[in-house]
Design a protein. Structure first.
Length: 109
């Protein structure tokens, strides 16, 4: 694995851990009312997407069980759709998709 890929994977793991700390003991209702928590989580999802976008093509091809286009697509949505971000989609992504992504990424480190 190129050293750059490892760095990007570490950024993904770090961001997921930070998101987990932000949502610990947080309900969907509290998330929907807290702009601070929303902003913190959205920022970290942007980092996850940017790191995924910068992984080498070879790495992503070799590990195509991970939906890299979906991850980078979420990043694009968050960065470019300032006023159109679906916060419930963000919440569902954090609760349903990130635990699996974290587990998969840890296998590579």
């Amino acid at each position: 694995m190129p050293p750059e890929d490892k760095i990007f994977l570490l950024h993904i793991i770090e961001s997921i851990k930070i998101i987990e700390s932000h949502i610990k003991n947080i309900s969907e209702e509290k998330f929907s009312r807290s702009r601070i928590i929303q902003d913190a989580i959205v920022r970290r999802l942007e980092v996850v997407g940017e790191a995924a976008r910068n992984l080498s093509v070879d790495f992503k091809k070799k590990h195509n069980q991970i939906e890299w286009p979906k991850i980078t697509g979420m990043r694009n949505l968050l960065i470019h759709e300032y006023f159109g971000v679906d916060l419930m989609l963000v919440w569902k992504t954090v609760k349903n998709d990130l635990p699996t992504l974290k587990k998969e990424i840890k296998k590579f480190l």
